[in-house]
Ligand binder design. Structure first.
Ligand code: SIN
Length: 321
């Protein structure tokens, strides 16, 4: 029996097309099937070191990512990872919410094999599309014997799920891993790890949720921004609208406008979970031991929201036992 690399398609610019020949912008994401994307890349089976299995899980612009697609993606990854012949999984995804999906999968999936997300900044119909090289690199990474856990490869750089963020709306190399830098590079047909070896795989903190995912509604968790002139009304509206969690993108080292702080205190009194992340893209804010809310453990606001969603799901699952 031959080992397999599974490629799951979810859409994105990598599968996008434009009616204007060669255009890099003004295209429609999520048009070309994953099988067709693979068929256009010579040498892919060789890079996989086995057979490639393609499956279309969704076909969307990732700005429209939702809980239903997330649930399906987790379930399909879990099913494939249960097959011992699967050496790794590649997921084609839009760049816009890629870091959220990566952080979700990181907390849920068995990390004993690689799950590599990849993407493109130019549509498949561009004069020089970046998707085919990214996909080839992703298959190379997924087939690497030391690769583990949820990774992202784009523009030749390998990033981890925790640190990676999209930092640029247009350039091909649109992702950064902040202060830590990339985990490695895919150069020609080999992987070079930044610290001489592949990083250890983290234990997924919410793996127990996977079997029940989709059976209970996802909780409402909103993100609000602390900025000049805020009055905290968005927090009150979120609570009235049924939010069970609020993530604040705070200024600097976790500081909050006093009006927002008062609104968050009302939210906490109403039983809403509050997490404070920094709106600064680099560095790591300190913990908040004396505050009535928790810090976001160095996560960006969008990833802190994913973590809080899973925490709340876990709590409601435990309450229903
Ligand atoms: C998307 O996120 O699906 C569209 C944008 C992109 O992939 O770059």
């Amino acid at each position: 029996m031959q080992r397999k690399i599974v490629v799951l398609g979810t859409g994105g610019t990598i599968a996008g097309t434009s009616s204007v020949a060669g255009a890099n912008v003004g295209y429609t994401a999520g048009q070309i099937g994953v099988q067709q994307l693979l068929a256009a890349i010579p040498g892919l089976e060789r890079a996989a070191g086995g057979v490639l299995v393609a499956e279309q899980v969704a076909q969307l612009d990732s700005k429209d990512m939702d809980f239903e697609v997330w649930t399906r993606l987790v379930q399909r990854c879990t099913a494939h990872l249960a097959d011992p012949l699967v050496a790794g999984i590649v997921i084609t995804h839009g760049t816009d919410t890629l870091e959220e999906t990566a952080w979700l999968l990181h907390q849920l999936l068995d990390a004993s094999r690689p799950v590599v997300l990849t993407c493109a900044m130019r549509p498949a119909t561009a004069l020089v599309p970046d998707g085919p090289q990214n996909l080839l690199d992703a298959v190379t990474l997924a087939a690497h014997p030391a690769a583990r856990g949820v990774l992202l490869v784009a523009a030749g750089r390998v990033h981890g799920a925790r640190e990676v963020s999209k930092v640029h709306p247009l350039r091909l190399d649109a992702f950064e891993s902040g202060d830590t830098g990339p985990l490695g590079w895919v150069e020609a047909d080999r992987v070079r790890w930044a610290h001489g070896q592949a990083p250890l795989a983290a234990v997924p903190t919410h793996a127990a949720l996977v079997p029940a995912l989709g059976s209970a509604p996802w909780p409402r968790v909103e993100i609000v921004l602390s900025h000049a002139g805020t009055d905290g009304a968005l927090v009150d509206w979120a609570v009235q609208g049924g939010a069970r969690g609020i993530v604040v993108a705070a200024t600097g080292d976790g500081t909050l406008h006093h009006a927002l702080e008062a609104a968050l205190a009302r939210a906490v009194a109403a039983g809403v979970q509050v997490r404070v992340a920094s709106r600064c893209p680099l560095g790591r804010m300190r913990d908040l031991p004396d505050a009535p809310w928790r810090g976001a453990d160095g996560l960006s606001p969008v990833k802190a929201r994913v973590s809080l969603l899973l925490e709340l799901l876990q709590a409601s699952m435990q309450a229903s036992i």
